[in-house]
Design a protein around this ligand. Structure first.
Ligand SMILES: [Zn+2]
Length: 249
């Protein structure tokens, strides 16, 4: 596990070289953002202790295994911590993989687990968890959320963006690190969410996979342009396939 401190409020823990989780410092203790895998739990709790603060809240960006896997094991070690997560993705952790009527019917992708720790609070757009503001960023998963530290302008984007293998919007194929691409549910929504995060003009960006970025706007713009072009090409291709099918049927 590698540790990087970004200013006084954010500690990044990286497991296996590619899974990031974050300890966000608040006056009463840490908010742990994402939990990596089950095997990481004791090291996460130990690291918080070494930093001199208890874990007060456990928060997930979304329900994929590499973010929620450590939840039960961390919670068993700090049972007094409040567990909160985005309402929509919380259902996946109970094993309910159904899509809502208003959602696109795209196939859910990526790794999923059932966890027994139930959220004490379900989060929606605009809610606060300590200093973090909840921003709904669906696309990677239906209920994916990102968090903006209102004290510093630091964005914790989860898998809405990746920086490993190059900065990219979730759903853009990056050959050096294709995991986020393969796990993305809906590319169109992911692009909309990326634009929404860009419009917040974050000062810094932390992601689930890859390095921390300071002054991320130019890199976000480039990633958004690539995602938009790719999506446009794919849509055109699909339209022409549909047309050909109609003409020959
Ligand atoms: Zn994910």
């Amino acid at each position: 596990m590698k540790v990087h401190e970004h200013g006084t409020n954010l500690i990044q823990l990286t497991y296996y070289g590619f899974v990031n989780i974050y300890l966000v410092r608040e006056e009463d203790g840490f908010t742990l953002v994402d939990t990596a895998l089950e095997s990481c739990a004791s090291s996460i709790v130990q690291r918080a202790k070494q930093c001199g603060l208890p874990i007060k809240r456990i928060l997930l960006t979304h329900a994929h295994t590499d973010h929620s896997g450590g939840l039960d094991a961390v919670h068993a070690l700090v049972p007094e911590a409040e567990f909160v997560m985005p309402a929509r993705d919380a259902r996946f952790l109970t094993g309910d993989m159904s899509l809502d009527a208003g959602e696109p019917g795209n196939k859910l992708r990526g790794g999923w687990v059932i966890r027994k720790t139930s959220p004490m609070r379900l989060l929606h757009e605009g809610d606060r968890v300590g200093s973090l503001e909840v921003i709904a960023t669906p696309g990677h998963t239906p209920g994916h959320c990102s968090f903006l530290d209102t004290r510093t302008g630091t964005l914790i984007a989860g898998d809405a963006f990746q920086t490993m293998g190059g900065v990219a919007v979730s759903g853009t194929f990056k050959p050096l690190f294709p995991l986020v691409y393969y796990a993305t549910w809906h590319k169109g929504l992911a692009l909309e969410s990326a634009r929404k995060l860009r419009a917040l003009e974050p000062e810094r960006m932390a992601v689930g996979h890859g390095r921390f970025l300071t002054e991320p706007l130019a890199a976000m713009d480039r990633a958004i342009a690539v995602a938009a072009r790719t999506l446009e090409r794919q849509t055109k291709k699909q339209v022409s396939v549909n047309r050909t099918e109609r003409e020959y049927s």
